[in-house]
Design a protein around this ligand. Structure first.
Ligand SMILES: Nc1ncnc2c1ncn2[C@@H]1O[C@H](COP(=O)(O)OP(=O)(O)OP(=O)(O)O)[C@@H](O)[C@H]1O
Length: 416
């Protein structure tokens, strides 16, 4: 059933649902469009409507081949809608779900496109704040590039910021998707352009490995890993590509590359990556302890019996609001206190394993561990003391854990 959106657009059929609303295939005066109709509770929030109108110029001004263009903003009665360029294809999450992981050349081609789009946005003073595979669309009608990849376009610009009004999310709450959140956001700092680089590097890691570097288990545990843990190398990854990933996943925002540099460095590597097959990596266990599983429970709704399990620690975007889709992947939870973050001293070591390597926690692994524990009890006690010492040092020097090469300090676009 068709419905009118303002006086110029008609929505024909639902393309998909996200946590902020529903995306429709529609028609406007200049042809087909995608219309994101925001949720009713968001559309009836006068403060949000005001910000929506204020952001109009920044959102409409972003014109780049790797950014989904926002063509119009409609405020009409109870409707609040973003009219966007229609991308005929799929989103990167759907492709990843289908293929599990991408060959390095294809992964790098997709991420280089997105980095180009981010470079344009950052130059215009816009920070995305929610870069993740769900927000990367693949244009199946566009030309096929390196690794057989279609052009990638970043969408949902400005939506996280619009929703993040002081009234909706108290200053102590975090808006975003746990697996892709930069450590400085977890620590309560304002999001600058470098948060998008961290999130995009997380996407690259995920495309290569099939899982994110710090994901798994309770969202609180995920947030803590971003701050306290160092990314563990992926077996078989070409060294230059790994170095780039490490730099963009640096804890210190100033150590990360800028979007334009990242795009250029990725494209430089494309010829060497041609023909390399997907990495053979098995997903590590979440490693979540009992304490981590209960971390932050007061703020995070848990799935009750009979409910569909949430993906990747997803919780509702706004506390108390029922997400209108099972694809809700945002979190809104309190910023952990410093002592809670330091609780990661033990580490949760989600080291990826080469395919076929025995999974910690398997029956055989456990039996072996018990036997070894009996024999080496005395030695283990000594080692434990040493490990705790090193863990404690890591937790208190997380910034220092990443290289900060001389001359890489730079200014980033302020949040507009
Ligand atoms: N411009 C567009 N053209 C074509 N399809 C689109 C467009 N924008 C979004 N979609 C599709 O609509 C669906 C919902 O998108 P939406 O941005 O609302 O949610 P999401 O990004 O998946 O999740 P969330 O908003 O919770 O982060 C997605 O599956 C996406 O593929």
């Amino acid at each position: 059933m068709a419905r009118n959106i303002g006086s110029r657009y008609t929505a024909h059929q639902i393309l998909g649902r996200g946590s902020a609303g529903t995306v429709w295939l529609g028609e406007g005066p200049d042809g087909p469009v995608a219309i994101k109709l925001l949720r009713e509770d968001l559309a009836s929030d006068q403060e949000l409507v005001g910000r929506f109108v204020q952001e109009r110029t920044a959102l409409l001004g972003l014109d780049h081949p790797h950014v989904v263009a926002v063509r119009d903003l409609v405020v009409d009665g109870n409707d609040l809608a973003l009219v966007m360029e229609l991308v005929r294809g799929t989103d990167l999450r759907t492709r990843l779900d289908r293929e599990r992981r991408l060959a390095p050349e294809a992964a790098v081609a997709v991420v280089a496109d997105v980095a180009d789009g981010l470079a344009a946005a950052h130059a215009a003073g816009v920070v995305h704040r929610d870069v993740k595979p769900e927000n990367i669309l693949l244009d199946m009608e566009g030309p096929i590039g390196p690794g057989g990849s279609h052009p990638a376009l970043l969408t949902d610009f400005g939506v996280a910021k619009l929703i993040d009004t002081p009234r909706r999310t108290k200053a102590t709450k975090i808006i975003g998707t746990p697996d892709y959140l930069a450590p400085e956001i977890v620590e309560g700092l304002p999001p600058r352009a470098a948060v998008d680089i961290y999130a995009l590097a997380t996407v690259l890691y995920e495309l290569l490995a099939g899982f994110t570097p710090f994901g798994g288990g309770h969202p609180g545990a995920v947030l803590r890993r971003h701050v306290t843990e160092t990314v563990v190398p992926l077996p078989g990854i070409p060294d230059e590509l790994w170095q780039l990933l490490v730099q963009c996943l640096a804890k210190a925002p100033a150590s990360r590359l800028r979007a334009s540099e990242l795009a250029a460095r990725l494209r430089e590597q494309l010829p060497q990556l041609a023909g390399i097959p997907s990495l053979e990596v098995d997903e590590p266990d979440s490693g979540a302890t009992e304490e981590e599983r209960s971390y932050g429970d007061a703020d995070v709704p848990q799935a009750s019996a009979g409910e569909q399990p949430r993906r990747r620690g997803a919780v509702s975007l706004v506390p108390g609001a029922a997400p209108d889709s099972n694809r809700d992947t945002h979190t809104s939870m309190r910023v952990p206190a410093p002592d809670e973050l330091a609780g990661g001293a033990r580490g949760t070591a989600r080291a990826p394993r080469a395919a076929g390597q025995r999974r910690p926690g398997s029956a055989r692994h456990k039996a072996e561990a018990v036997r070894k524990r009996r024999i080496t009890l005395g030695v283990t006690a000594v080692l434990l003391v040493a490990v705790l010492g090193v863990g404690g040092w890591l937790a208190t020097s997380s910034d220092g854990a990443e290289p900060d090469p001389a001359g890489t300090t730079r200014s980033v676009s302020p949040v507009p």
